[in-house]
Design a protein around this ligand. Structure first.
Ligand SMILES: Cc1cc2nc3c(=O)[nH]c(=O)nc-3n(C[C@H](O)[C@H](O)[C@H](O)COP(=O)(O)OP(=O)(O)OC[C@H]3O[C@@H](n4cnc5c(N)ncnc54)[C@H](O)[C@@H]3O)c2cc1C
Length: 389
């Protein structure tokens, strides 16, 4: 496992011994599917019946994967990482929202975050999850081209207004904005909105970045189709995709072809093809690669070098989630590449779906947890040696 990303001294330079041991403990639990299921049930039960578990969650899994409860809470982490050339992207947790009042609050929050990050070079992007601005069933209806009632039409207009409001605010502050991708059944509506925003705001520089999930076998054609549009530049956040199991279950339930590639190697191949396509059109596309995969990261580094793109060219960014793959993030940063951590923050209760997804994803993705754990143990052992520096 020796690679340019195996320097654990660099990877964990910001972690105290205590934090490393906590990480080891967490990933040991996450490795075990049964314990993850048990922990999830226990946590959901405790939160539902308001048992006093938030301090325990905050002290353990929350502090490992999240920056804090407020933007201010996140500042120490943001500054520490920035000293190591690692940027932050603040991601306010919004997963459990489902009323108009909550969508409005979420919209206001996204606007206030853009105000917070304006003129901060430590935070190069803003980010939002589209269904935090409107009802998921409405996104679903619009995605399937279903007829909307008069009231639904009004409701959708409000969603569009919030969506454009966030992009407009980002544009006014010259902040690039990442639009997260979600389940396929809501994605057509998101893609249409993202494309409309690109037509308005990406005339000269990429302000709006849409996310492309390469575990979907149809996404390469989607990108090729988009590129036929002249007069704008594109921002793409390339990811593999986070909803594989849900997508497969949904396709089974609806008796439709699954939108997901048949297996992991087909997804990997598709991801590579996506990268090839982007670098073949790098004059028109700016890339954010959201991945913890070493092969994908190395492939981008190689492409950049072949095409003479400098390491810190604004056109290419790498992103990892806070609490994961520090070996990739901190070693990339040390080499001078543009790299950020997604730093989730918000009330513990709101962040639970995110944390549970991290745990489930890690226990279902073969190899990821093992990799994290191995690196943590290597660093713990390195520090045990006498006179370590
Ligand atoms: C900065 C950042 C932003 C992100 N934003 C989004 C987002 O907006 N929307 C979103 O959906 N996800 C997002 N993700 C999550 C991402 O899609 C992946 O789930 C996660 O990063 C794991 O993929 P990987 O490339 O890091 O690593 P790997 O470990 O190499 O790949 C794991 C991924 O491969 C795919 N996969 C695994 N097994 C199979 C299989 N049997 N068949 C087919 N495919 C398989 C799945 O997508 C799985 O998540 C983001 C991740 C990061 C780091």
């Amino acid at each position: 496992m020796d690679s340019i990303f195996s320097n654990t001294k660099e990877a964990f330079s910001l972690k105290t011994n205590f934090q490393l041991h906590r990480a080891k403990f967490l990933f040991k639990i996450i490795e075990n599917k049964f314990l993850v299921r048990l922990g999830t049930t226990f946590t959901n039960f405790s939160l539902k019946f308001r048992l006093p578990v938030t301090s325990l969650i905050k002290f353990s899994v929350f502090n490992h994967f999240c920056g804090g409860i407020s933007e201010k809470d996140c500042e120490p982490v943001i500054f520490k990482m920035y000293k190591k050339n690692v940027h932050s992207v603040l991601d306010f947790s919004t997963e459990a929202f489902n009323s108009e009042e909550q969508f409005d609050d979420c919209y206001k929050k996204k606007i206030s975050i853009i105000n917070f990050i304006a003129f901060r070079s430590e935070i190069p992007f803003a980010v939002f999850k589209p269904t935090c601005l409107g009802r998921i069933d409405l996104f679903k209806k619009v995605s399937s081209n279903d007829q909307l009632s008069f009231l639904e039409n009004e409701e959708w207009n409000r969603v569009v207004k919030r969506f454009q409001g966030v992009c407009q605010k980002a544009f006014e502050n010259n902040i690039k904005i990442l639009i997260d991708a979600e389940e396929t059944f809501v994605q057509n509506a998101i893609d249409d909105l993202a494309f409309k925003m690109m037509l308005i705001y990406n005339k000269k520089t990429p302000i709006v970045y849409n996310t492309i999930q390469m575990y979907r076998w149809d996404r390469l054609d989607y990108m090729k189709d988009l590129l036929k549009t002249k007069g704008i530049v594109f921002g793409f956040k390339l990811v593999r995709g986070a909803y594989m199991e849900k997508e497969r279950e949904y396709a089974n339930l609806m008796n439709i072809k699954s939108p997901i590639c048949l297996d992991k190697s087909s997804t990997d191949l598709n991801f590579d093809k996506g990268l090839d396509f982007i670098f073949n059109n790098i004059d028109k596309i700016s890339l954010v690669c959201g991945s913890h995969n070493e092969h994908s990261t190395l492939k981008i580094m190689k492409k950049m070098s072949e095409l003479g793109i400098s390491k810190n060219d604004e056109k290419v960014w790498f992103g990892q989630l806070y609490g994961m793959s520090d070996n990739i993030t901190f070693n990339l940063a040390k080499m001078g590449y543009n790299v950020f951590k997604i730093l989730p923050f918000g009330p513990v209760r709101n962040l639970m779906p995110y944390l549970i997804r991290r745990a489930e994803e890690n226990s279902s993705v073969k190899g990821q947890t093992g990799r994290e754990l191995q690196l943590i143990i290597t660093e713990i052992n390195r520090r045990k040696q006498k006179n370590y520096k």
